[in-house]
Ligand binder design. Structure first.
Ligand SMILES: [Zn+2]
Length: 203
């Protein structure tokens, strides 16, 4: 794992394990525009991978539509289509991966946190073209994923998942404090201003 790639991964995971995909069971599901292949990182995570698979099969299309609508970004952009994502399911902090580097998703999350975290990590990938590798991008991410969570699952769900993410510590509490200090219109305005001032740097 090169440093440049590991730096680019969202969230708390330090390293992504790649190169072991062929030896583990894989399941593939599809939404109209984004396929996510959930790969159990060993037999003990097969059940969790299957549950992620069912989640994506049932809700993936809605998730993609809501994320694209709220963010104004597209998984298929002019020079890259992030539409064939591998997500390893294992027991460690989740991270987004980037392009061909797999996403990693914690196996033990409760169902709602699986939903929220999958959207969080997909959000990193969706907005990746706006940021340089060294930039901390949770502040911008939280300007729009809360509103995706609300649109899909309601405010009670969204608030509960903010609480879950705050408990993780690190960069999350301050970034969520900043986003939650704004109302939905203010978050949208700030996000659109950020979109307007940045041309894609990586796509
Ligand atoms: Zn993150």
């Amino acid at each position: 794992m090169s440093r440049s790639i590991s730096r680019w991964l969202g969230c708390a995971c330090v390293t992504a394990t790649i190169g072991c995909l062929s030896s583990h069971a894989a399941v593939t599901t599809a939404s109209p525009t984004v396929r996510v292949r959930f790969v159990a990182h060993g037999d003990s995570f097969k059940a969790a991978a299957s549950e992620y698979e069912r989640l994506w099969a049932a809700e993936g299309a809605r998730i993609v539509q809501a994320m694209e609508r709220v963010s104004g970004l597209r998984f298929v952009s002019s020079n890259y289509a992030d539409t064939a994502i591998v997500a390893q399911v294992l027991e460690r902090a989740s991270n987004s991966g980037y392009r061909d580097t797999p996403m990693e998703l914690r196996a033990s999350y409760p169902f709602d946190t699986r939903r929220a975290t999958l959207i969080h990590e997909l959000g990193h990938r969706l907005q990746a073209g706006l940021f340089r590798r060294e930039e901390e991008e949770h502040g911008p991410l939280f300007l729009w994923i809360y509103d995706v969570w609300v649109e899909l699952y309601g405010r009670e769900f969204a608030d509960a998942q903010v609480t879950v993410e705050r408990r993780r510590g690190g960069r999350y509490p301050a970034a969520w404090d900043a986003a939650m200090a704004l109302n939905a219109a203010e978050r949208s305005t700030r996000w659109k201003a950020l979109l307007a001032e940045r041309s894609p740097t990586r796509r």
